[in-house]
Design a binder for this molecule. Structure first.
Ligand code: SF4
Ligand code: SF4
Length: 619
């Protein structure tokens, strides 16, 4: 939708919105004053939109250095009485967890919502973890919308709970819900007027052990009260069709259930859950008593199922409960309507009225492995690293800890420059471990600029202090690229679009006592190869800052390259170094000839790589 409509739509109008757009409208209608995030798919569009409209909406917005900082910014601002918003992807909660766990103890004076987008089937993540565990562990209420309208409406409801109980709350979406489109009826929206709150020291904000014990007791009592609300909440509703088979479904998984039931005209009862922590015990108890068999449908982990089993056991209800625990449904990955239908068939012999089950899955799709863009500066960095390692004839296998970002794609041949990966910033920490646990194996690790600010600095301090030896390449492409091009502390623009101090990676790295720091334009491949060789010979932590802007933000410069990249067929000796070693997707071998296609971004790296100068720039 047109971004202006997010602000301009009047009460009662209907708009076709992405789930993440509905989230922005929801927080704006709710009167949010401050929002903070670290970008992460599938929640990234929320930040991209707020970056564009924050000023007009009079909302303070920032791309924080990481999710923990974002939570700290939102929680402290909420303690001044403001309504605040933080959002992230599921793995971001791991980073935020340390502060987030305590936020429920301290509570908020205003209100605070944390939207977390989970990623069943790991479309863009390193794992499939389920945020609902955090809600239970932290004693924080959690809501699970199924579509864009619900995202917007649940946000209002969730803020009300946060307000009433002075507690942060979580809205858990999944990839399909964040990225699905649907009609959303907008509510009333007025530009935010509450820019500042007031902090009052009520003596309850410092959880030293004596106080923390009291806070925990209060929190458990609060959650018990909130369970009463969840039992009666309109977000949890029974659709009673007088059947003997019941389905309990929540979040995105409910959509598959709704499709299967409607398309096959199945006679089942449904308990649709939108407010799932605290689990609505009384409501579920009633549903179990009214059904002979119940299937619990949820993505990712069987949390509602375990709660349901516990309720059946507690009240000795004679009902069969199916789900992931008895393998009626798969334990992992995203669901599909066919998976739900087949699970229901295991319970009851419903006629299969599906016209062509699994129709889509039978279509042979071409494989589309992720690859670095044509002209991506990371390719040059990887090519040079591989050349340096090969030319040194190193006997031992080289170790390449990598990190979270586009450069993870360095795992692919021919570079093979990622063979160990854990999480944001872990390339540096794991390099410390490899440095202490291996002998003479060369270690070259990679991290991006945004990821370096996010979680790469503490392990680098650790590396220096503990006298480790490895080469860290900071791939500074001047943006947070993989999530779509958001700013970070190394960019001279902040989340409000204003000029901001640009933190120098070079000065920062030098300031912690690293003496080998080289800054290089990775498109200068030969220089880069020599720097790698020097860095590998250095006895200590060596840092190479490979600085060149990502194609996403370099469009103007690319347009200004008036030359073309051509191949002189007479000079080409068909060594295929350009195709096999550099592997830029714009270079192809067609009918025995090397050709360069239209998507070439004219970075010029292939002209340096070709040993016979067959590839050249032509005005
Ligand atoms: S100049 Fe060469 S390496 Fe760069 S994008 Fe074009 S074909 Fe690829
Ligand atoms: S690197 Fe140069 S010589 Fe070798 S195949 Fe490519 S264009 Fe031909």
């Amino acid at each position: 939708m047109n971004i202006n409509e997010l602000l301009d739509s009047k009460e009662g109008e209907k708009r076709f919105m992405l789930g993440n757009e509905a989230a922005v409208r929801g927080v704006l209608e709710s009167g949010v004053s401050l929002a903070a995030t670290y970008p992460g798919t599938p929640s990234s569009e929320i930040g991209d939109i707020l970056f564009k409209i924050a000023k007009e909406a009079n909302v303070y917005f920032e791309f924080s250095a990481n999710e923990k900082v974002a939570i700290e910014v939102a929680t402290s601002a909420a303690s001044t009485g403001l309504r605040t918003f933080s959002f992230m992807k599921h793995v971001g909660v791991n980073v935020a967890a340390d502060s987030f766990m305590t936020s429920a103890y301290i509570g908020v004076e205003g209100s605070m919502l944390v939207l977390v987008a989970d990623d069943p089937s790991t479309f863009s993540s390193q794992n499939e973890q389920d945020t609902r565990h955090f809600a239970r562990q932290a004693n924080i209420p959690l809501f699970e919308p199924s579509n864009p309208q619900e995202i917007k409406d649940f946000i209002h409801y969730a803020y009300d709970i946060s307000d009433k109980f002075n507690i942060p709350v979580i809205l858990r979406t999944t990839t399909r819900v964040s990225h699905m489109r649907g009609i959303v009826e907008t509510g009333s929206y007025a530009k935010n007027t509450k820019t500042y709150g007031e902090y009052k020291d009520n003596g309850l904000h410092v959880p030293v052990p004596e106080a923390a014990r009291v806070m925990h007791k209060n929190l458990v009592e609060k959650i018990s009260d909130i369970r009463e609300v969840s039992n009666k909440s309109p977000l949890n509703k029974i659709i009673d069709n007088g059947a003997e088979i019941g389905i309990i479904a929540s979040g995105g998984a409910y959509n598959y259930v709704a499709d299967v039931v409607r398309q096959n005209n199945l006679k089942v009862n449904i308990l649709k859950l939108g407010f799932t922590h605290p689990y609505p015990e009384e409501l579920v108890r009633k549903f179990l008593e009214d059904n002979r068999e119940v299937l619990v449908v949820e993505e990712v982990d069987p949390l509602n199922e375990i709660e349901t089993l516990a309720i059946a056991g507690k009240y000795n209800i004679n009902v069969k409960i199916h789900g992931k625990r008895d393998n009626t449904l798969p334990e992992i990955f995203e669901y599909t309507p066919d998976i739900i239908f087949e699970a229901l068939q295991k319970l009851s012999s419903f006629d299969d009225k599906r016209k062509e089950p699994n129709q889509l899955s039978e279509i042979a799709l071409p494989s589309r492995p992720a690859t670095l863009c044509s002209g991506c500066p990371h390719r040059a960095s990887y090519y040079a690293a591989r050349e340096a390692i090969n030319s040194l004839n190193l006997d031992l296998e080289s170790i390449h800890p990598s990190d979270i970002g586009c450069y993870t794609l360095g795992i692919a041949p021919p570079y093979k420059m990622a063979n160990y990966l854990m999480s944001m910033g872990a390339s540096v920490g794991t390099s410390c471990g490899f440095s202490k646990s291996t002998k003479d194996q060369p270690i070259i690790s990679f991290i991006g600029d945004s990821t370096f600010f996010h979680a790469g600095i503490p392990p680098l301090i650790n590396a220096v202090h503990n006298k480790t030896k490895f080469t860290l390449v900071i791939l500074d492409n001047r943006i947070t690229a993989m999530t779509g091009g958001q700013t970070n502390p190394g960019i001279p623009i902040d989340g409000m679009g204003d000029e901001a101090p640009e933190i120098s990676i070079e000065a920062l790295v030098k300031s912690i006592g690293i003496n080998f720091v080289k800054k290089v334009n990775p498109l200068n491949v030969k220089e880069m190869i020599n720097i790698y060789k020097e860095a590998l010979a250095y006895d200590g932590v060596s840092v190479i800052i490979a600085k060149y802007p990502c194609n996403l933000i370099n469009k103007q410069a690319i347009r200004e390259r008036k030359y073309k990249i051509k191949v002189d067929q007479d000079k080409c000796v068909h060594c295929n170094i350009c195709v096999n070693n550099l592997a830029c997707p714009s270079i192809n071998e067609i009918d025995g000839k090397i050709t360069i296609d239209q998507v070439c971004n004219k970075c010029g790296v292939c002209t340096e790589v070709c040993p016979t100068n067959a590839i050249h720039k032509e005005e």
